[in-house]
Design a protein around this ligand. Structure first.
Ligand code: OOB
Length: 560
């Protein structure tokens, strides 16, 4: 059975097809087109490996066939956690080719997050890397297998096959990624026939899941269809003027919407350019890759830009090939924005996007004042935006309100979340972004704040409710409230206000407790404040505004 999702209403779906946004082609056509048009061109550079479009296409088809041979079927789902590496794309296209929808967990996710995604997805396939601490041994894989009868195939990507963490695959019912892939013989006379057996899911159906930054207790999965996602990739590539000359450095997490489609790796493949992979945005190694591979475009979150600006003072000569830097994911101050051209020697583009869909870009020919002071305008003429006040009325032009949006690539509902969907989407299908924005007379957006209960830690999103629910599981914690605090480098960090139950637990103990629950490191509070009571609003909710004031004055709180 096809994977469930909330469809767009018929009239709008018709309009999106009529206007050519939805072309009823699967996402995998991106790769197939290039492997025919420019088979020898280099698609991916990953350390010393150079993969051409033909090789990427062939490897993903071989993996797809190997998965079919293991009983994986169309409409199955996969839980994937891979670092920035070529295998991520080989696998992504392999799954697309056989209609299996993956969710790509971030590499810094841990047990808590993976267990939750598996619970929601019931995957038949699980792929991870032994370079991640959770997969040094087979314990977690065994636990997942025990919890999910649906899980039939587990593939592990090993750093070096003969590393000291070498795996006992048979005991844990897992296989080595490359052994599985290469088991299908090359040049198989049946190859062409086998290729024709690969069938993606229908273009109007779910291709894969994005992850929501979230503001609720459990993270939500975002079903993206081939039609909507392929449109966002094509249009993003067009706005950013990608071509076969594009040499894009991907230093953000490969699965994140920014790095995958805005225009990201898929935009580069669509244009026939070259993707250069970096493990992370650490400036020294990225500068080296830029110089070595003559990279002309990259994308960063604001804290990384700060570090790049600093290093450019001494190592700027390595950046001569760089033409365009995209910045997005979190608030980017005009003070930093003005330094980009002078210090990094390239153009700046601001990107305000979300995994749920809507992406805004400043345009490449925009005047400097727009590029520095705004977060861009929607990529599509049929993106519909509403900016509403607290009573749900449209604000006057230029005033601040909460951004609601719908359009040809913005979802209509989270995966299997009926109750939450009724709050996150209005009756006309507009998604409530939770972002406080103002629109300029030219139709550009300025993100001025956030209404949602989320901390944006340098682009990494933390749902306050999720961490609060975990903290109160500690026997020493009666109430917990997580709020953002200002941080010079990260923009925001997190601070947990704790009302203790009996004996007062200390910050280090609570951090350790969250780690034993298997929570990703970036979600662990940077600061703890212990208070006797939490202030309440008139309707009895925790008054986070007051807590934020407390962190600024420091009154009444014992800090750890
Ligand atoms: C991107 O996607 P997500 O899903 O990790 O986070 C979306 C949220 C937005 O709702 C907003 O709160 C914040 O991240 N955000 C920004 C921003 N870009 C995203 N806040 C201020 N300024 C910006 N430029 O973060 C994302 C997805 C695609 C492209 C770019 C970013």
């Amino acid at each position: 059975m096809a994977i469930e999702f909330t469809p767009w209403p018929e009239d709008l779906a018709h309009l999106y097809r009529q206007k050519g946004y939805w072309q009823d082609r699967p996402l995998s056509t991106i790769l197939q087109q290039q492997s025919q048009a420019r088979p020898e061109a280099i698609a991916i550079i990953c350390n010393e490996r150079h993969l051409s479009y033909a090789e990427l296409d062939a490897l993903s088809s071989r993996l797809a066939q190997a998965l079919l041979a293991r009983g994986i079927e169309q409409h199955d789902t996969a839980l994937v956690q891979l670092p920035n590496c070529a295998e991520f794309y080989i696998l992504f296209f392999a799954l697309l080719k056989i209609g299996v929808a993956p969710v790509n967990a971030l590499f810094n996710h841990q047990r808590h997050e993976l267990v939750e995604y598996a619970r929601q997805l019931q995957p038949s396939l699980f792929i991870a890397a032994t370079s991640h601490a959770l997969f040094r041994d087979g314990q977690f894989v065994t636990q997942l297998r025990r919890q999910h009868a649906s899980l039939s195939t587990v593939l592990l990507l090993q750093d070096e096959p003969a590393s000291p963490h070498s795996w006992d695959f048979a005991t844990h019912g897992a296989e080595d990624f490359w052994t599985c892939l290469t088991a299908t013989p090359v040049g198989d006379p049946e190859g062409a026939k086998a290729e024709s057996l690969l069938t993606p899911s229908a273009a109007g159906q779910v291709a894969f899941f994005q992850l929501s930054g979230g503001s609720t207790g459990t993270p939500k999965l975002i079903p993206r269809t081939h039609n909507d996602y392929l449109y966002s990739v094509r249009r993003s590539a067009e706005i950013c003027r990608l071509s076969s000359d594009t040499r894009f450095l991907c230093a953000l997490p490969v699965g994140h919407n920014f790095a995958l489609s805005s225009p990201g790796a898929l935009g580069v493949f669509h244009a026939g350019g070259t993707l250069v992979l970096a493990a992370n945005p650490e400036p020294l190694s990225c500068f080296h890759l830029i110089a070595k591979h003559r990279v002309n475009m990259t994308a960063l979150v604001p804290p990384a830009v700060s570090l790049w600006l600093k290093l450019a003072e001494t190592h700027g000569a390595q950046l001569v090939s760089l033409e365009l830097l995209q910045v997005g994911g979190a608030n980017f101050s005009p003070a930093l924005a003005t330094q980009v051209q002078a210090k990094l020697g390239c153009k700046l583009q601001q990107v305000f996007g979300m995994a749920e869909g809507l992406v805004n870009y400043t345009r490449l020919d925009d005047p400097e004042s727009l590029v520095i002071n705004t977060q861009g305008k929607p990529m599509c003429d049929d993106d519909e935006l509403r900016i509403l006040d607290e009573a749900g009325n449209e604000v006057a032009p230029g005033e601040v309100g909460t951004l609601f949006t719908r359009g040809p690539y913005t979802i209509r509902g989270y995966y299997l979340s009926e109750q939450h969907n009724s709050a996150a989407f209005d009756p006309q299908g507009y998604y409530c972004t939770g972002d406080l924005v103002r629109m300029t007379p030219q139709g550009y957006l300025c993100v001025v704040g956030r209404g949602k209960d989320q901390i944006n830690r340098g682009g990494e999103k933390i749902a306050a409710e999720e961490i609060e629910a975990l903290l109160v599981q500690h026997k020493g914690v009666r109430h917990a409230a997580l709020i953002p605090i200002a941080d010079a480098l990260m923009g925001e960090k997190s601070c947990a206000f704790i009302v203790s139950a009996t004996t007062q637990p200390k910050g280090p103990e609570l951090r350790k407790f969250l780690r034993t629950l298997g929570v990703a490191d970036y979600k662990i509070p940077d600061r703890f404040e212990f208070v006797d009571t939490l202030p309440l609003t008139a309707v009895g909710k925790i008054d986070k505004r007051k807590l934020k004031q407390l962190t600024q004055t420091g009154a009444n709180a014992a800090r750890i």
